[in-house]
Design a protein around this ligand. Structure first.
Ligand code: ADP
Ligand code: ASP
Ligand code: MG
Length: 406
């Protein structure tokens, strides 16, 4: 007998028939003698709709009430799946975040899990029942509902798997696993049988939304065995594993992209010590995350340009904050550009192989794609390019690194 956590994403619970399909899949595991805890997302599209409602009423909304509203989608699916299971004679009970309880900090909208009470769920599991858990939501110490950030039910699932000491955490989604690139854009992308925690973490944090970044970080820390697979097919998916479990390591294992980027250039900036701190200090204090940064060498006139990126959703706030400090810091212009995309090439093999970045630059140049900003880390190279070239760049790089399906 194994103990499993199964997580079903939005498309997998997108309508009543699909919820019934999920119930049958859960039943199969139960009949095989396993203990099963299921984590569900909201039906696809529902969370977006709830976010839109909140924004329609108030752009600068109270984050506590945002969470109250957007967490509600998962309440519906947890109840419906429990009913669908009962209808096929599988005893099941739903759990909301506060009923577990899944305790988080008070950072509404992107709360972090602090502690999970396992007693109530363990009791159900030991009693042969299925626990159906509303993903994405938690509760603060003062009993307010929180949410874990978009895509957060992946993190609910991995955290539960760790807390329950589950043998595996299966993340069911609408593709067959983790691919070398988003299969909806690069049709020649290949499904990976295995990917390392480290590469998956980098893929997720560079935009591959197949798993939420925090869920991968948590799986890595607690050594949770995660499998990503389709809820529509009966095929093995992708296992997220340690590096030593991969027999033949590719130099580049995947390509990710993020449209959630905006570029800002400050022109006519004084070229003196302390200038970067005088800009990024106030942005950090306003909780604005800066990602890529380039500063040009001064042309000799004592001024320079500085370019950096922030999340698209932070662009207006960033420009407003820069206007406030403009006089004190001293720069002549602010040039915002939301029409950019970040493309990243990822692979642990980069540690021991040279020439990965130059291949990227050559491939993009061969298509006339201009690189605006570059950043690198040990296992990835990222470039910022105009958004209109996103798909061309992904396909070109996918071919250049020999990742295409044959
Ligand atoms: P769910 O609702 O099941 O959580 P998501 O939409 O959050 O599903 O994540 C699955 C989607 O992630 C896929 O439909 C796919 O378009 C996208 N995706 C992006 N990059 C990748 C990748 N490298 N491999 C697989 N899917 C990817
Ligand atoms: N329903 C939430 C979202 O759309 C959480 C999730 O699906 O993981 O972000
Ligand atoms: Mg998701």
């Amino acid at each position: 007998m194994a103990r499993l956590v199964q997580k079903f994403g939005g498309t997998s619970v997108g309508d009543v028939d699909r919820i019934k399909n999920v119930a049958r899949r859960v039943k199969r595991e139960v009949e095989a003698g396993n203990q099963v805890a299921v984590v569900v997302s909201a039906m696809s599209g529902v969370t977006n709709q709830l976010v839109d409602y909140v924004r329609e009423i108030s752009r600068l909304h109270d984050a506590r009430e945002y969470d109250t509203v957007v967490a509600s989608g998962e309440q519906v699916t947890s109840g419906l799946l429990a009913l669908a299971l009962q209808a096929i004679d599988v005893p099941a009970r739903s759990f909301l975040g506060w009923q577990i309880p899944l305790r988080t900090d008070g950072v509404h909208g992107r709360a972090r899990i602090e502690e999970i009470g396992t007693e109530a769920i363990e009791r159900r599991l030991n009693d042969g029942q299925v626990a159906v858990i509303a993903g994405f939501q938690g509760v603060t110490a003062d009993n307010r509902i929180t949410t874990l950030g978009r895509g957060g039910s992946d993190t609910s699932a991995v955290a539960l798997a760790a807390a329950l000491n589950a043998d595996r955490c299966d993340i069911y989604t609408d593709v067959e696993g983790v691919y070398t690139c988003d299969p909806r854009i690069v049709t020649r992308a290949r499904k990976l049988d295995r990917i390392t925690y480290e590469e998956m973490l980098e893929m997720a944090s560079q935009g591959a939304k197949v798993l939420q970044t925090r869920s991968v970080a948590m799986a890595m820390r607690h050594r949770v065995r995660v499998q990503v697979l389709s809820s529509f097919e009966d095929k093995p998916g992708t296992l997220v594993v340690d590096e030593d479990e991969i027999v033949e390591q590719q130099v580049v294992s995947g390509i990710a992209y993020s449209r959630d980027e905006a570029k800002i250039t400050l022109t006519g900036l004084a070229d003196r010590p302390g200038i970067a701190a005088s800009i990024f200090g106030p942005l950090a204090a306003s909780d604005i995350n800066v990602d890529m940064i380039v500063q040009n060498v001064s042309g000799g006139g004592g001024t320079t340009d500085l370019t950096f990126t922030v999340a698209k959703s932070d662009l207006d706030r960033t420009v407003a904050r820069l206007e406030e400090i403009r006089k004190d810091v001293g720069f002549s212009g602010i040039v915002p550009d939301p029409d950019v995309v970040k493309v990243s090439v990822i692979g642990v093999g980069m540690r021991s192989h040279a020439g990965i970045a130059s291949k990227m630059f050559e491939a993009l140049a061969s298509r006339g794609i201009n690189i605006q900003v570059i950043s690198t880390s040990e296992i990835k190279v990222s470039v910022l390019i105009a958004e209109e070239y996103a798909e061309l760049a992904l396909r070109t790089l996918h071919t250049a690194y020999g990742l295409d399906q044959v």
